[in-house]
Design a protein around this ligand. Structure first.
Ligand SMILES: Cc1ncc(COP(=O)(O)O)c(C=O)c1O
Length: 395
């Protein structure tokens, strides 16, 4: 079959094959990037669906409006204000089918062939691939523990000038490192961006999963010009299978997304939007989130204990203050794809760090999920992985 040229560098097939092995039944898998399914509030979700089918069946089984179910948009606007102190109106929101669709539509909206997207590094390859599909050139900007480097960003903005069409960032507990930008960095970033007419795509997938006392203000909260396009989702704090997410942005930008949304899929699924609205109206999402945060924090702590005990000292790692991932770095020259092959042979999986660099990958890092495995699996899996890593480093 003759596929479009853009397909040639869209995916790493070798890695996909490895990741399929990771899904095998008897593997202790630290590779997932989603909440723990045992935490889904099944009874409440069942009742919400039941109510929707009992009382709103015709609407729920029809097309939704392109913009999305009005009550759900109102509830999301209220939640943005309540959770993050960001004033937001229902008209500034469009519902999307997962935030992945928001990222994809952002490529469609802003990118012509050869345009440049600047992004913090490493980053979520699902977003970068979505933008690359529109033949964007991806340019990484040096990033430290506090967030994207301001000097490096300024230099990139000035070097590439009008070719830069988008800056893509994940300020809260990003995928893959769980890094959370400091407040100062957020302010400095928005001060710099305000000097340019370039949209900022803020991916907030993990923002509610914080172990800190206070939630950081999103970039949207520091946005004086209306240049931030905020992508929120219920995938990480609730259930990814519902595919409910949203874009919050200036009204005129939302109007552009609406044009695209009507081309891409007409509307998001009505029944899940109504179910989500019913759930938000009648149950307590905050209580659910605080329950899963407590569980993930315990699992993070347990994982850090096992790592401190079982891994060689040359392996460096962070202490995630939220999100779902531990990011580990082996000494230079070591390759975590090779380590994954050995780990899979002993029934343990993780994601090699190279998957989070679209260009020249660093190969000595790895992403370990701590939300998805039980306590016993964490102890067993990380003990095994520690031993396999020790043996690998000795060679
Ligand atoms: C940073 C980031 N953004 C977006 C997504 C996609 O989320 P959704 O399920 O809302 O499409 C993911 C999923 O892993 C992610 O890690």
């Amino acid at each position: 079959m003759k596929y479009a040229d853009r397909m040639k560098n869209m995916e790493d097939k070798a890695l996909l094959a490895l990741m399929e092995l990771a899904e095998a039944k008897d593997v202790i898998s630290f590779s997932g990037g989603f909440p723990s399914p045992e935490t889904y509030p099944l009874e409440d979700i069942r009742e919400s669906f039941y109510h929707v089918l009992e009382h709103e069946a015709k609407e729920a089984l029809s097309y939704s409006s392109t913009r999305g179910f009005a009550r759900l948009r109102e509830l999301i606007a209220e939640r943005m204000e309540q959770q993050f102190r960001v004033p937001c109106e229902a008209d500034e929101i469009v519902i999307t089918s997962g935030s992945q669709q928001a990222l994809d539509m952002s490529g469609l909206l802003f990118i012509d062939k050869g345009d440049i997207v600047l992004f913090e590094t490493p980053s979520y390859l699902g977003a970068l691939n979505a933008l690359k599909a529109y033949e964007a050139e991806l340019v990484e900007v040096e990033t430290d523990d506090d967030g994207i480097g301001i000097d490096a960003l300024k230099q990139a903005l000035d070097t590439y000038g009008e070719r830069v069409k988008l800056v893509y960032v994940i300020p809260d507990f990003q995928n893959p490192t769980s890094r959370c930008w400091s407040q100062d960095r957020r302010i400095a970033f928005m001060d710099l961006m305000a000097q340019y007419d370039i949209p900022v795509l803020e991916d907030a997938a993990y923002s509610e999963l914080t172990f800190k006392e206070e939630k950081e203000t999103p970039l949207l909260g520091y946005d004086r010009k209306g240049q931030v396009i905020y992508c929120g989702t219920f995938s990480k704090n609730f259930c990814p299978g519902l595919r409910i997410a949203w874009i919050a942005a200036r009204k005129d930008i939302i109007e552009q997304y609406l044009v695209l949304k009507s081309f891409v899929d007409l509307s998001s699924t009505a029944i899940t939007q109504r179910q989500m609205a019913y759930y938000l109206d009648h149950y307590d999402l905050d209580a659910h989130v605080s329950k899963i945060i407590t569980l993930y924090k315990e699992r993070r702590d347990l994982m850090l204990q096992v790592v401190a005990r079982e891994f060689p000292k040359e392996v460096k790692y962070n202490k995630p203050m939220g999100g779902l991932f531990l990011w580990m770095t082996l000494p230079e020259g070591k390759d975590t794809k090779e380590l994954l092959l050995r780990a899979l042979a002993e029934g343990v999986a993780f994601v090699p760090g190279g998957s989070f660099y679209p260009g020249a990958a660093k190969n000595n890092e790895m992403r370990i999920n701590f939300s998805n495995m039980t306590e016993a699996e964490i102890v067993e899996g990380m003990t095994r992985l520690g031993r396999i890593t020790r043996d690998y480093l000795l060679e």
